[in-house]
Design a binder for this molecule. Structure first.
Ligand code: DQA
Length: 137
């Protein structure tokens, strides 16, 4: 089973960025733990701060992989183009967030991804990614 974890803008700063909201672990550390724990899953990881690169990656895997776990960061709340890309592919996408976006600013409660996602997981810290992975399994 091929699963892609796709992280959007500013998520490369995890560990340093607003640790009171996003924690103090880097994503690479967390990802290595997942790889070790889920040896039977072919996990892939890609991060970009560039909207078009996220879309290109969705097109690249979106007819082949069994699932995409997408944290589009702030693009979640702005990107019609990422929403359209998800509509255009056949691979199911789960939207994840580290923080509980619904308990934060109002603009974070809008998502262009949720209406076209298989489901949404938010607010469980980095564990949100593992919950999404388990749901694909
Ligand atoms: C985030 C929530 C977004 O609102 C924010 O812009 C992020 C991270 C999260 O994982 O909690 O960059 O997607």
């Amino acid at each position: 089973m091929k699963i892609l974890i796709l992280n959007g803008p500013n998520l490369n700063l995890l560990g340093k960025r607003e640790p009171e909201i996003y924690g103090s672990k880097t994503f690479e550390e967390y990802y290595q733990q997942l790889v070790k724990k889920y040896v039977d899953i072919e996990l892939h990881y890609f991060q970009s701060n560039v909207e078009g690169e996220i879309i290109n990656k969705l097109h690249e895997v979106g007819f082949e992989f069994e699932g995409v776990i997408l944290n589009a960061g702030a693009y979640t709340h702005t990107s019609v183009a990422i929403g359209d890309a998800i509509k255009g592919i056949t691979t199911p996408v789960i939207e994840v967030h580290i923080s509980n976006v619904h308990s934060r600013e109002e603009f974070r409660q809008v998502s262009y991804i949720a209406p076209v996602a298989k489901g949404v997981i938010a607010g469980f810290g980095l564990q949100s990614y593992e919950l999404a992975l388990q749901s694909f399994i």
